[in-house]
Write a protein that binds this ligand. Structure first.
Ligand code: OGA
Ligand code: ZN
Length: 373
């Protein structure tokens, strides 16, 4: 049976569940999370924390009909909690998240044939298969869809199965082909060294969907590398370079006739817990470094080091996507590139779009709800 013990001196209620789990719940946390303070439909908090004193305390804690019932000092408010709900939200642990999927790092020896792969038909029609595929894609950061319809909008339709599109200055979708008057190196036939797209944006787009409508020209093979593998190896092998790349903001910039979009970012971006969150790596869009002169050479040493890693066989996966295939990758983790191609030898045409990480994760959570039912 669930047991309660009030520890007034520590201002916590200790709850022990029948399975042996136990946790302390601070008084203020309990009052702030009283179920009566949430809108029953939207589940949003309406309770106003400033309406209670900081020294609010529990006058009585009892178990009634399987609920934990607390009576508060002061206004005598009564709160009723489901013990399972409290267990799922234990302070210091928090709610399990189906979209929290640890990345599995890969390096150059990872065969492209082992990437997560599914057919467009399956993903468009089967929610369970879509969920498995999204989870796998999040784990590796890179996956392939085959059997795409030979239709310019097929990539967007697949991306919209996951979430709404992230529009950018290149539009909701962009055409990658050799064009006259290109405003971007991707729209030439030149090689593109490994990069993340749109590092010049305040928040670079999350997942990229790149549909190969045709890839018939000589050249034009694809390269990918796991930026998290590079960054975590650098953290071990050269902590000084890692720190410089994680702490030094450098400018990125895109400009054409209509836009001038600039942002400083660190090349390696850590979350508030110190975990790898994102890489900003794009030599074409890197602005003119503006560090103080005396720090420039030390920074260049670290920057060049990570750049060398993105050129090394240790990290780079080389593959070739065929017409009818689409790659999906986490643009904030996995770097992508291509070999130069000869536009006189055949047609090469890709169409791309983005879905941000937040929408991608939301889709995993909502599909997981159905699975749990
Ligand atoms: C891009 C890009 C890759 C390719 O458009 O940003 O990286 O294979 N394209 O053309
Ligand atoms: Zn790109």
């Amino acid at each position: 049976m669930t047991q309660l013990s009030l520890r007034g001196s520590d201002r916590v209620l200790h709850v022990a569940w029948p399975d042996g789990t136990g946790a302390d719940f601070p008084f203020l946390w309990l009052r702030d999370n009283c179920p009566s303070g949430f809108h029953p439909q939207t589940q949003e908090r309406e309770f106003d924390l400033t309406g209670i004193p900081m020294d609010i305390a529990i006058a009585e804690a009892t178990l009634e009909d399987g609920k934990i019932v607390l009576t508060w000092t002061g206004d005598g408010h009564v709160s009723r909690y489901d013990p399972e709900w409290l267990r799922d939200h234990r302070p210091g642990i928090g709610l399990a998240d189906p979209a929290r999927i640890d990345p599995v790092l890969w390096r150059g020896d990872f065969p492209a044939d082992n990437l997560p792969r599914a057919s467009a038909e399956t993903l468009l029609s089967d929610d369970a298969a879509l969920l498995d595929f999204l989870i796998d894609t999040k784990r590796t950061g890179l996956a392939v869809v085959d059997g795409m319809a030979d239709n310019k909008d097929a990539g967007m339709a697949m991306a919209r199965r996951v979430g709404f599109l992230r529009e950018t200055n290149f539009g909701a979708t962009f055409e990658v082909m050799s064009k006259p008057n290109p405003n971007n190196l991707a729209y030439t036939s030149h090689a593109l060294p490994l990069h993340t797209d749109l590092a010049n944006q305040e928040l670079p787009p999350g997942f990229q969907f790149l549909h190969f409508l045709a890839n018939e020209a000589e050249g034009g093979g694809s390269t990918f590398c796991d930026g998290f593998a590079i960054a975590s190896d650098l953290r071990e092998s050269d902590p000084e370079a890692f720190e410089l790349l994680a702490r030094t903001p450098v400018p990125f910039r895109f400009q054409d006739e209509d836009y001038d979009i600039r942002r400083h970012h660190t090349v390696i971006d850590l979350d508030p817990f110190g975990n790898l969150q994102e890489l900003h790596f794009n030599a074409h869009l890197a602005g003119i470094f503006d560090l103080p002169a005396e720090r420039m050479e030390t920074y260049y040493r670290a920057y060049r080091k990570i750049m060398e890693m993105t050129r090394s066989e240790t990290y780079v996966m080389t593959t070739r996507l065929a017409g009818g295939e689409m790659v999906i990758f986490d643009n904030r983790r996995v770097l992508h590139g291509r070999a130069a191609f000869d536009p006189n030898t055949g047609f090469r045409h890709l169409r791309g779009c983005y879905v941000d990480r937040g929408e991608f994760d939301s889709r995993i959570r909502v599909l997981s709800r159905k699975r749990a039912e």
